[in-house]
Design a protein around this ligand. Structure first.
Ligand code: AQP
Length: 314
């Protein structure tokens, strides 16, 4: 049996404030296991440019997301926390992988189709983003990628691109596996659709008490008398389902009571982390990113050198 330590990597976009879908879909699964791996956690700022065109917000969100990573308990001595744009290897490999896949293949991406359906701008960056994501992953010879259910297809796309590359140029890149928690699934937003920064339907992870109250009270509920599934789907992330089922049975027809309990449960979970987060300075964050950039580059440059050699650009 191999005793080699495996690599774990995930990334989140600083396209807005992290929400509880990001936390339970990707960040918490990463947090739960990262110490058993050689772990990498990326701030996907070039990805954010597909939807965010405000330099001040991008700068602020980038610092904030690292603050979030640290506040939820990640130890920067045990995980390489880095910013995608600090390492241009990502852009170079993305171009190479773009040349491995076809337009019709990328047109089938659910996430791209969903954004088109919502009439968000179909810019070329949004279209080719699965290949930038593939390069983020394979540059670090990643074995396992904790992501939310909505990202399953993108990890399959990464494997497709890796397969195409390896069949063409010889075995060079490692194909990753997704790690998706079935129990979490796709977390609904306040409108019942996937919770997403770009759909403006989020419950912010580190929101103020009143922001959390406002978001939870606005969750759409089904017809009176039924269990409010959208509220329940979020609530089960914070409490045991067995206990929750009987509470929701008792509260049948009184949606407001279930929502108030959800607000209290979110507050109980987040307030100690909020406290911890308030002590993390911009200087702390910049230091983490500086050291992360160096470590990330030292690994990715080796992968890129083998890729360049394989394709004849060396
Ligand atoms: N609703 C969700 N349920 C479960 N997991 C989710 N994730 C996002 N939303 C949900 C997971 O969070 C990780 C990081 O996501 P991202 O910020 O890189 O991009 P995203 O998936 O597109 O998240 P958003 O909020 O929807 O961002 P925008 O609107 O900017 O595109 C991923 O692992 C994702 O699965």
């Amino acid at each position: 049996m191999s005793t080699e330590i495996k690599r774990l990597l995930t990334g989140l976009q600083p396209s807005g404030n992290l929400h509880i879908g990001n936390y339970f879909g990707a960040l918490k699964p990463f947090l739960d296991i990262y110490e058993n791996y050689e772990s990498y956690l990326m701030v996907a700022d070039y990805h954010a440019l597909t939807s965010l065109r405000d330099p001040e917000s991008l700068r602020r969100n980038t610092l904030n997301i690292v603050r979030d990573y640290l506040a939820v308990g990640l130890d920067p001595d045990k995980v390489v926390i880095f910013r995608q744009s600090d390492n241009q290897d990502h852009m170079e490999l993305a171009w190479i992988l773009n040349c491995m896949v076809t337009v019709p293949f990328l047109q089938q991406a659910h996430s791209y189709k969903d954004k088109l359906a919502k009439e968000l701008e179909p810019n070329v960056g949004l279209f080719t983003y699965p290949m930038l994501q593939a390069s983020d992953i394979v540059l670090y010879n990643t074995d396992l990628v904790p992501v939310g259910e909505d990202q399953r297809q993108h990890i399959e796309y990464t494997r497709e691109a890796v397969g195409k590359f390896n069949r063409t140029f010889g075995e060079t890149l490692k194909a990753p596996q997704e790690m998706i928690l079935k129990s979490v699934g796709i977390i609904p937003g306040t409108d019942g659709e996937k919770m997403s920064k770009s759909y403006k339907n989020t419950i912010p992870l580190f929101g103020t008490t009143s922001e959390i109250e406002k978001a939870v009270m606005s969750i759409v509920t089904d017809s009176q008398g039924e269990r409010p599934e959208n509220v329940y789907a979020i609530h089960k992330l914070f409490r045991q389902e067995k206990e929750l089922e009987s509470i929701y049975d008792e509260n049948r027809g009184r949606y407001g009571d279930s929502k108030k309990l959800l607000i209290a449960d979110i507050e109980k979970f987040i307030s100690p982390l909020r406290e911890k987060r308030s002590l993390i300075t911009d200087e702390d964050v910049k230091e983490v990113l500086k050291s992360g950039a160096e470590k990330a580059k030292s690994v990715s440059s080796k992968t890129l050198a083998t890729v360049r050699k394989a394709i004849g650009i060396d």
